[in-house]
Write a protein that binds this ligand. Sequence first.
Ligand SMILES: O=P(O)(O)OC[C@H]1O[C@H](O[C@H]2O[C@H](CO)[C@@H](O)[C@H](O)[C@H]2O)[C@H](O)[C@@H](O)[C@@H]1O
Length: 240
Amino acid sequence: MTLPLLSPDAALFLDFDGCLVDIAPRPDAVVVTPALRDRLSALHRRQGGAVALISGRDVADLRGHLPDFPGFVAGSHGSELSLEPGRITTLHQVDFDAPALHRAARDRAAPHPALLVEEKPHGVALHYRDASQLRDFVETVMQDLAAQHPHLVLQPAKMALELRPGGVGKDSAMAHLLTLPPFAGRMPVFAGDDTTDEPAMAHAQSRGGFAIKIGDGPTAAHHRLSDPAALAAWLDASLT
Ligand SMILES: O=P(O)(O)OC[C@H]1O[C@H](O[C@H]2O[C@H](CO)[C@@H](O)[C@H](O)[C@H]2O)[C@H](O)[C@@H](O)[C@@H]1O
């Protein structure tokens, strides 16, 4: 199916890692270029403000990488929402002791310095990009932690496993945003690269919009682009 250009009347939802930016060795090593910042600002103007980022990262982290992005940001796999820089609300509150979870993850990872613990307000990620031989160990640790935290669910990520709140997702974050101006009444378009993006892709298509899978792998999306550079080219073509 031919990928159409983005209509100015559409509501645009964008994933971050592996979609807007290339995957990097560590979460804090992603490169946000001036061109990406300008592109997001131009899209935000052109779409009348209907551009949102929906990420597995927590909002504070993501806003830190894109401090001049004026649009809405949903973070922590749809658990958090920020309608403007500096303000974060919880979309889905789960009852768990985040500091205790982070401490337990740090303690379990401590014997393996190559593992990276990413502490999030709504969960935790255990990254094994520098130690792929530890994947089974990471799975055991995260399953143990999941068993101790019944309101959290396991979320596979790229060279990482995460625990995030159950009962929420990028699809529910998108559905919520589509009730708010300037998104309400617009056709949703979602681009993402990972399993956590699949429900949002299906949701966009179920509402008459379309979805773009970035990279390889099975997907519900009807369109595919090879990498973040190809997505950038499509966005730039839509802007001209
Ligand atoms: O929903 P996203 O915006 O795509 O975020 C998904 C996760 O991305 C980050 O981890 C991934 O990207 C890192 C930087 O490229 C990479 O080093 C790591 O191996 C990947 O798993 C982020 O750290 C997570 O919090 C996000 O949930």
